[in-house]
Design a protein. Structure first.
Length: 276
C-alpha cells in the first residue's frame, strides 16, 4: 500500500520570541498541498530506509527523520517490529515544505491509526519537530508553539511552487532572527470567505523571508518574478525556505506563469499544485 505524505506551505509566519530551549515561538497559517512523497512500509529483520526519486541524493539513508521516527515508536513500545520503508521523494529537501516532518507524521498515523492523543503529540513534537501538529490538519493556525487549531480557511486557487536549488537549514535561518513581533488578535481562527482570507494573508508576511532574501538574492528575484506574473494574487517564501510559491486566480494563468518561470529558470524545480 502506498501512503501519501503531503507537504505544506506557510501562508503567514510570525516569529514571536526565542524560547529558553533554543527553539523559536512562531505564529503561522499553514495549508497542506497536493505535493506528496510516496511511502511503502513492510516488516523487515532490521530498519532499512531506501530513498528514491529526484531528491534522494540529498538525504542520508542512515540518519534521517524516518529512521528516528521508527526508533521513537519502538522506545515508546508503540511498535515491536523492524521495517523496510521505501520513500519516493517528490518533495524538495531543505525547502520549507516540511517533507521530513510530513514523512514522520504519515508513518506515525499509519501505525497508530486514531490513537494519537495529546500526550503522544507533545512527545513527538519535542522529538521530531515543532511543526509536527501542522501536519495533523489540512488547514491550521498555530497561535504559538504547541497551540495549533484546525481552521476552515483555505485557498482553492492554483499554486505554483518553485525550488531554486538552495538548501536552507532551518536552524541556521532561525539563528539569524534579530527582531520579534507581537502575536495577532487570532482573527485567523474565524471562518471568512476566501477573498477576505487571502486579503488578510496578503497584509501579513513571512518574517524569515527577508533574512533568506538577504542571504540568497536569488530568492528575492524569484519572488519578484512570481509576483509579476499575470493572475498572481500574491507570492511568498514558505517556512525557512528556499521554496517559494505564487497563488494564482486560475489554472490557465498558473500554466502561463509556469512556462515563463521555466523559460527564465530552466534549472529550478517547479510544479503547479493546489491545497488538499
Amino acid at each position: 500500500m502506498i501512503i501519501k505524505s503531503y507537504s505544506k506551505i506557510n501562508l503567514t509566519l510570525k516569529v514571536l520570541k526565542k524560547l529558553k530551549n533554543g527553539l523559536h515561538d512562531i505564529e503561522t497559517n499553514s495549508v497542506l498541498i497536493n505535493l506528496f512523497d510516496e511511502l511503502n512500509i513492510k516488516k523487515s529483520q532490521k530498519d532499512i530506509i531506501i530513498f528514491k526519486g529526484k531528491f534522494k541524493n540529498k538525504i542520508n539513508s542512515k540518519k534521517n527523520t524516518v529512521i528516528d521516527t521508527l526508533k521513537i515508536l519502538r522506545n515508546l513500545k508503540l511498535i515491536n517490529n523492524f521495517y523496510k520503508v521505501v520513500i519516493k521523494k517528490n518533495i524538495p529537501v531543505y525547502s520549507g515544505l516540511g517533507g521530513g516532518t510530513g514523512n514522520a507524521v504519515s508513518i506515525i498515523q499509519h501505525f497508530l491509526k486514531n490513537k494519537l492523543h495529546e500526550k503522544s503529540i507533545k512527545n513527538f513534537e519535542q522529538k521530531i519537530g515543532s511543526d509536527f501538529r501542522l501536519f495533523l490538519n489540512k488547514c491550521a493556525f498555530q497561535k504559538k508553539l504547541g497551540e495549533v487549531f484546525s481552521t476552515k480557511n483555505n485557498i482553492s486557487s492554483s499554486i505554483i511552487i518553485v525550488y531554486p536549488n538552495i538548501n536552507c537549514k532551518t536552524k541556521s535561518i532561525y539563528k539569524m532572527v534579530k527582531k520579534f513581533r507581537a502575536p495577532s488578535r487570532s482573527h485567523y481562527l474565524k471562518k471568512v470567505n476566501e477573498i477576505k482570507f487571502i486579503a488578510s494573508v496578503k497584509r501579513d508576511q513571512n518574517d524569515l523571508q527577508k533574512i533568506v532574501e538577504k542571504k540568497y538574492p536569488k530568492v528575492s528575484r524569484l519572488i519578484k518574478l512570481l509576483d509579476k506574473q499575470k493572475g498572481c494574487t500574491f507570492s511568498r517564501m514558505t517556512g525557512s525556505g528556499s521554496a517559494c510559491y505564487g497563488v494564482f486566480k486560475s489554472k490557465k494563468t498558473a500554466k502561463l506563469a509556469f512556462i515563463n518561470l521555466k523559460r527564465k529558470y530552466p534549472n529550478y524545480w517547479c510544479v503547479i499544485t493546489k491545497t488538499i
